[in-house]
Design a protein around this ligand. Structure first.
Ligand SMILES: [Fe+2]
Ligand SMILES: [Fe+2]
Length: 172
């Protein structure tokens, strides 16, 4: 007769694999920005699917990609009337600082920290993409900025524009 209270008879519970899945709900309407965001999502997914012991090289590449991703948006903001200090750029800087600090923690033996950062980024990114980034994409369109060539159809269109907020509904 089976003893149902014996823990030894219970099957092992598998740890669910971590993942990040792209959703078209994240599209901002700016093709170049969306390409960069697809890459971000892909790299995050690969990172989360990798065992902690092998994550560091991928994480370093992910940080480098994020530096370029944020610099691209910051550059577009400056080119279209945002002030250098605005809340969208501030948020980029804060996220990057946190991402960079993770490297030291990992090297000191906190090897689960990349997964924790990855999960936090997965949660943060959705909000950021549909809020600040989508707002920026809308702003670029409204002033006639082509993100593929990084040129303005009519530079006079932003002569009197000075944006210190985010230019989006989530933070203005
Ligand atoms: Fe972005
Ligand atoms: Fe952004």
């Amino acid at each position: 007769m089976n003893n149902l209270s014996t823990p030894m008879s219970e099957p092992a519970i598998a740890t669910p694999a971590l993942a990040y899945r792209w959703s078209d709900a994240l599209l901002t309407g700016d093709a170049r920005m969306d390409d960069t965001h697809h890459e971000f999502a892909q790299q995050l997914d690969t990172l989360l699917a990798t065992p902690p012991a092998d994550q560091m090289p991928l994480y370093q590449a992910f940080v480098a990609h994020t530096v370029a991703h944020f610099a691209q948006e910051d550059r577009w903001m400056l080119a279209t009337g945002f002030t250098a200090s605005n809340c969208h750029t501030d948020q980029h800087n804060m996220i990057l600082e946190t991402m960079q600090a993770v490297v030291q923690h990992y090297q000191k033996g906190e090897t689960d920290i990349i997964n924790r950062m990855g999960e936090a980024l997965a949660e943060w990114f959705g909000q950021h993409a549909i809020g600040m980034d989508a707002g920026l994409a809308q702003h670029l369109k409204s002033v006639g900025f082509d993100s593929a060539t990084e040129t303005l159809a009519d530079p006079a269109a932003i002569r009197n524009v000075s944006v210190s907020g985010c230019g989006s509904i989530s933070c203005s």
